[in-house]
Design a protein around this ligand. Structure first.
Ligand code: MTE
Ligand code: MO
Length: 228
């Protein structure tokens, strides 16, 4: 772990939680990996999991949001003609988009050929009808205070989606259940997990990692996160 601020978890962000887990689990190394996460998971949720296929699980809060299908909604508001409040069933009733794309974290890890299924923003816009002055979208996570944003043009790239399935199964909790943003052209920090609100705004604003110095336009290989 370097001293620079990186879009990924830093032990200090877990503060007390990490300390307690470390002591309780008797972990001698703070390396971010299978060992630490299986202990953290055991301490913070009843769903054990092990990162697979090169993924690292990142959060900014000490516990992950949980998903209750009975009450969960995706809210779409701000500069729209018709604000929406969609259940998971509503989302699944929309045209189902699928793609296979590669996922890049700015800290250097990559996962090839991730299979996603979900909805395209155009299908939501057909219902919500953004106002002409809506030039950006703010994506708000249930995991506070994580947010990020895109321009309207970026949001309409052909392989941007709101994914509810990953690798042929419902999106796992640690990957942002039930819904996450996927934008393969940009680094992982733009791919907001536990998405539950989209606000249409005039211009994008800095999100969580951008307030800490990362580029708002996080093009893979072309933004300030690039590490050779
Ligand atoms: N809500 C939320 N979304 C997030 C993050 C986070 O900490 N919280 N981390 C981002 C970063 S930096 C990366 S690389 C990816 C990692 O995705 P994963 O945790 O599914 O592996 O999630 C992104 N989305
Ligand atoms: Mo990341």
């Amino acid at each position: 772990m370097s001293d620079s601020v990186e879009p990924g978890p830093e032990p200090k962000r877990y503060g007390r939680g990490l300390f307690l887990v470390t002591v309780a689990g008797g972990i001698s190394s703070l390396a971010w990996g299978k060992g630490l996460w299986s202990h953290l998971s055991a301490a913070t949720s009843s769903i054990p999991f092990v990162p697979h296929g090169g993924w690292r699980i990142y959060t900014v809060a000490s516990t992950m949001p949980s998903f209750d299908p009975a009450t969960w909604r995706l809210e779409i508001g701000g500069l729209v003609e018709k604000p929406l409040s969609l259940s998971m069933a509503d989302l699944r009733a929309l045209p189902r988009a699928r793609q296979t794309s590669t996922f890049h974290c700015v800290t250097g890890w990559t996962v090839d050929n991730v299979h996603w299924a979900g909805v395209r923003l155009t299908d939501l816009f057909a219902q919500a009808r953004p106002l002409p002055r809506a030039g950006g979208l703010e994506f708000v996570s249930a995991e506070q205070p994580y947010t990020d944003s895109l321009t309207m043009k970026q949001a309409l790239l052909h392989d941007v989606m709101l994914a509810y399935e990953m690798d042929h199964a419902p999106l796992p909790r640690e990957h942002g259940s039930p819904l996450r943003l996927v934008i393969p052209e940009m680094y992982g920090y733009k791919n907001v997990k536990w998405l539950n609100r989209i606000n249409l705004v005039e211009q994008p604003q800095d999100g969580y990692w951008e307030q800490l110095g990362y580029d708002r336009d996080a093009w893979v290989g072309r933004s300030n996160g690039y590490r050779s």
